[in-house]
Design a protein. Structure first.
Length: 304
């Protein structure tokens, strides 16, 4: 069989949110001061890094404890603030049907600094709400004011990057995500977003390094592995791209687009039977997909 040269469309930003309760997680923890005393009434914001619509606000109880259930798996930005204490932000990961447990220690700060940091957080929350309303330029202005008052807060830069990304300002997004990575090198969300933004800008070799890094920590995100496969495919590494797509469908069995990409890759690798299986699975899952006519033509060709 002749090897076919197939143009493979790389599609980014597919978003799938499983709704069943068994796919949800929980977070619980306690907030204390440096002496170990539980703090009551600590304000906590929990923001899903994939979607601005997934946002939670709650406070600690009289024992300094907090709980939030019904969380989609993935990475969240946890912002904590309390009068007289330095605000704290960290990235937390929620896993399917598991409880993420945290112990947070807040340090006291002087009134002047506390006021400045509180002002910064107020600008950030204004920006976040504007972002949720799809007012991205206004959100950018608020995020920049937050950064001016507190440039060391990684989450401000991360959300600034998200707003720039929505505006298709990839240069701005890349710069913001790079700063977020520098400030929070252990975080994964900023690494993933930076890699994706670099890929969208056509800077595939740079993007590859960040995807490689994120892949070491991500095991349950099918969209990430789909995008990772697209990066590897664009760089002429079909076998590695195939493995990434396989990982995507192993996590999510009905990931139609991943099966389509697998089918075209199998053709390029001269694996006829596997190509047919993948394309048939794609058509089974998405018979009305815009690539469905192409898939049918490929199957007809392969069966001759």
């Amino acid at each position: 069989m002749k090897k076919l040269n197939i143009f493979i469309l790389i599609v980014f930003f597919l978003s799938i949110f499983p709704a069943a309760a068994q796919y949800q997680g929980k977070i619980e923890g306690v907030v204390k001061n440096i002496e170990g005393t539980p703090l009551k009434g600590v304000e906590i914001d929990l923001i899903y890094t994939k979607s601005s619509s997934r946002y939670f606000e709650f406070e600690t109880d009289s024992e300094g404890k907090f709980t939030q259930v019904g969380l989609y798996p993935g990475f969240y930005q946890l912002n904590i603030k309390h009068p007289g204490y330095a605000p704290l932000s960290r990235e937390v990961r929620i896993r399917i049907a598991e409880t993420t447990e945290l112990e947070i220690i807040l340090e006291k700060t002087d009134k002047v600094l506390a006021r400045a940091l509180s002002d910064a957080d107020n600008h950030f929350m204004k920006g976040y709400k504007l972002y949720d309303q799809q007012k991205y330029e206004e959100a950018v202005a608020e995020y920049k004011q937050a950064i001016e008052k507190n440039p060391s807060q990684w989450g401000y830069h991360f959300n600034l990057g998200l707003a720039y990304k929505k505006m298709n300002n990839l240069d701005g997004a890349i710069e913001a995500f790079k700063t977020a990575v520098e400030l929070n090198p252990e975080g994964i969300s900023s690494v993933k977003e930076l890699g994706e933004s670099l890929a969208l800008a056509g800077r595939f070799e740079e993007a590859r390094a960040y995807f490689d890094k994120a892949a070491e920590a991500v095991s349950d995100d099918p969209v990430f592995f789909y995008n990772y496969g697209s990066i590897l495919n664009s760089m002429g590494e079909p076998q590695k791209a195939l493995e990434a797509y396989k990982q995507a469908v192993a996590i999510q069995e009905d990931y139609a687009d991943a099966y389509y990409q697998m089918g075209t890759l199998y053709i390029s690798l001269n694996e006829k039977e596997e190509a047919i299986k993948s394309l048939e699975k794609f058509l089974e899952l998405a018979p009305d997909h815009e690539q469905a006519p192409v898939a049918r033509q490929l199957i007809d060709y392969l069966r001759r």
